[in-house]
Design a binder for this molecule. Structure first.
Ligand code: OGA
Ligand code: MN
Length: 295
């Protein structure tokens, strides 16, 4: 065995021990694919990958997603490696990175199959803050009381970038709103997603802006309650980074956020693995109207 996985908490997290020389082995890839389903987030402590090795690992797990080309923070040499940093020299729009302070699922407001997994490696850490938190949305569904499950199944949720950046900007300028609009779609997603393998998870995050058919406050209140439920401590793993750590998470079954940091020196390199399943679709106008009414 060149790889071992040690669970962190009953509902989430795994520590993977494997040498970088074996990162691309069949055994590693099969283990990672399997454990992403059960553990949700996997940590490779101080494995210290280069961009090339991170991209090769990403490619072994599936197709690289290219939504990273549409947002600021990738450069010409390694266009599929997105720099997560507040440093304007590396990422021209750090405001977009500030959205990572709030619970989210990557790529959920883009009209494409939901990205399967995200890979993040620590290049330079912040002096304070900057731990990343992950919450298991499969477990959040599984542990709901049966009467609530019956109530929620079949509900549809509107997700948009405008909601994702509302806590960042409060009232974004018209110019900024137009830019965000061009980057993403308004999507409708099931609240309870039944994956092709039959497992169910909740789809939640700050980008969730209302529930179809409910007045705005009613939908948002339910979404806020569910987000709080899903973030209960037993379902959350907090990763306190060491230099060279690599983390991969199941983006289809987890939401994540980072503990706020101000240090412009923090730099993480992100790659993304495309998904095959499309739980949602672009929102129909009639479904969006009601969530912006108060009654
Ligand atoms: C991301 C993200 C969190 C972090 O890259 O998608 O949410 O810790 N990053 O930087
Ligand atoms: Mn993210």
């Amino acid at each position: 065995m060149s790889i071992t996985v040690e669970p962190v908490k009953p509902h989430i997290g795994g520590i993977v021990r494997v040498s970088p020389d074996h990162l691309l082995d069949d055994e590693t890839i099969e283990t990672v694919q399997r454990e992403l389903e059960t553990r949700g987030v996997l940590v490779f402590p101080q494995i210290d990958v280069s961009d090339q090795l991170q991209l090769a690992f990403t490619d072994r797990l599936g197709d690289r997603v290219n939504f990273t080309r549409q947002v600021p923070g990738s450069d010409a040499e390694t266009p599929d490696v997105y720099k997560i940093t507040l440093d304007r020299k590396l990422n021209a729009e750090p405001d977009y990175v500030l959205g990572t302070f709030f619970w989210h699922i990557d790529g959920i407001t883009i009209d494409q199959p939901l990205p399967k997994a995200t890979v993040l490696s620590a290049r330079t850490l912040s002096a304070s803050g900057g731990a990343t938190e992950f919450a298991n949305l499969y477990a959040a569904w599984d542990l709901l009381p049966e009467d609530e499950k019956r109530e929620y199944e079949g509900l549809t949720v509107i997700h948009c970038v405008e909601a994702a950046v509302r806590p960042v900007h409060g009232h974004p300028s018209e110019e900024r709103r137009a830019r965000y609009k061009a980057m993403a779609a308004v999507m409708e997603q099931p609240l309870v997603w039944t994956h092709e393998d039959g497992r169910k998870s909740l789809l939640l995050g700050t980008h969730a802006d209302g529930i179809v058919g409910m007045p705005g406050p009613h939908g948002r209140a339910l979404l806020a309650r569910l987000q709080q439920w899903a973030a209960q401590p037993d379902l959350v793993y907090t990763h306190k980074w060491q230099p060279g750590d690599l983390v991969i998470w199941n983006n289809q079954g987890l939401m994540h956020r980072v503990v706020p940091y101000t240090d412009e020196g923090r730099v993480m390199h992100r790659t993304t693995i495309a998904g095959k399943e499309r739980p949602g679709r672009p929102a129909r106008d009639a479904n969006v109207e009601r969530i912006y009414q108060v009654a």
